[in-house]
Design a protein around this ligand. Sequence first.
Ligand SMILES: [Zn+2]
Length: 204
Amino acid sequence: MKAVNAYPPSLRRCLEELQKLPGIGPKSAQRILFHLLERGAGASVELAETLLALGKRVERCPDCRAFKEAGAACALCGDPSRDGRLLCIVESAADVLLIEGTGEFRGHYHVLHGLLSPMKGIHPEQLGLEVLDRRLGGGTVEEVILATPPTAEGEATASYLANHLAGRVAQISRIAYGLPVGTDFQYVDTLTLSRALSGRRRFL
Ligand SMILES: [Zn+2]
């Protein structure tokens, strides 16, 4: 887009940054940019301050690796009403929100922050296995539910984790295949995800 070269440098830089976000192409970036400019300086400053706080005030929980407010207890790990015997392993923190939305699960979580993928350079040591091992070492977990998506990478990760956990927990389960094969969690409705979770089957 040659016309972009006519923009002031600050606008161009903002456009470039916006386009680094998932699902934001040149046209969407321009729409967001002009929306902010039309709303006046206050809107940009408010958004910038919110993003700044996101970077400074949000951190990974050392126990489940979901995101939490810095210095505060984890809303998931710190909730005494949750069932410590159940541990659900998910690909991303967004998946925690999706599963919470089903209302089917009241156990604890482990967030992998990725799936095993030699192509993307994601190896076992990046999945927080030492955190997982520490939690299992506590002796309260009786069942681990492998809730990675039914994609090639999700299945490979589930198999790897099943082998890693074999003999160290009473039951290892895999969520049922109620989901369309090859579909990412983000595009599945809550009811389908809920059924898949309640219909989980023994994996190993
Ligand atoms: Zn936590």
